[in-house]
Design a protein around this ligand. Structure first.
Ligand code: PGA
Length: 254
């Protein structure tokens, strides 16, 4: 079984600080491997494994860090994929300041977070713009990770071409659970499970992950009911992020 662990660094870090993140992350992962808490399948290009899980680890840094993060991943021979945190709703062309899906070609960007609640809140992003971004990402072979809350789940899904559904991943992120929101609180796990079921019934059986204040203490609870987690605050420290990964347990089913 594969579980997605996605680090969303948001507008934190710069090229000067990522080396220490990777040094910390790598040192901690090595220790867990020595203690046999984590394994890698050498024949499967160093995919990290823990118990019965294969891990798909993805890092979403700010645009200017993409190349440097990719270089660190290669230097350390880690099996980690790259995601952008956003994309322009316009294609390549005369759109000063925008970063199009086309601009990301050649940078090993396999995924893109689209429609994050912070984009909708601070940049007034609409369902229609997010739908355009999804289309442009797919055109450039980038898998969209569509971030959704219940409020716009239905309206967002309606604007995305149904034939594209199976190429998308969805991240269910209740706004009130995002760690930086004032008064953030953990949602009721049964309610999260019900929304994930709803997402899967709307989009078909796609990968659906959960995001909002995920840390090393609650990650297992969320992974019991989802295909992965989107981690913000708890991904900013390389050591803590490795520790969160090493906490994973056996899962009978997704
Ligand atoms: P958080 O952020 O883990 O800090 O709550 C998650 C997200 O906003 O993607």
């Amino acid at each position: 079984m594969t579980k997605y662990i996605i680090a969303n660094w948001k507008a934190n870090k710069n090229v000067l600080s990522i080396q220490s993140w990777f040094a910390d992350f790598f040192a901690e992962i090595k220790q867990f491997q020595e203690k046999k808490l984590l394994e890698t399948e050498a024949d499967e290009a160093q995919i990290l494994k823990i118990k019965n899980l294969k891990l798909k680890i993805i890092i979403a840094p700010a645009y200017p860090l993409l190349m440097a993060v990719d270089q660190q991943i290669k230097n350390l021979k880690l099996n980690i994929s790259l995601a952008s945190q956003d994309l322009s709703p316009f294609p390549a062309g005369a759109y000063t300041g925008a970063v199009s899906a086309f601009n990301l070609q050649g940078l090993n960007v396999a995924y893109s977070l689209l429609g994050h609640s912070e984009r909708r809140r601070y940049f007034q992003e609409t369902d229609l713009e997010v739908a355009k971004k999804v289309e442009l990402a797919i055109e450039q072979q980038i898998s969209p990770i569509i971030c959704l809350d219940e409020e716009y789940l239905q309206s967002q899904a309606q604007l995305i071409d149904k034939k594209d559904y199976q190429q998308c991943l969805v991240a269910y992120e209740p706004l009130s659970a995002i760690s930086t929101m004032p008064g953030a609180k953990d949602p009721d796990i049964k309610q999260v499970a019900a929304v994930i079921e709803r997402i899967k019934s709307i989009f078909g059986s796609l990968t659906c992950i959960y995001g909002g204040s995920v840390d090393e203490f609650n990650i297992n609870e969320y992974l019991m009911i989802s295909d992965g987690v989107l981690v913000g605050g708890a991904s900013l420290d390389g050591k803590l992020f490795a520790r969160l990964i090493a906490r994973l347990e056996n899962f009978p089913s997704a």
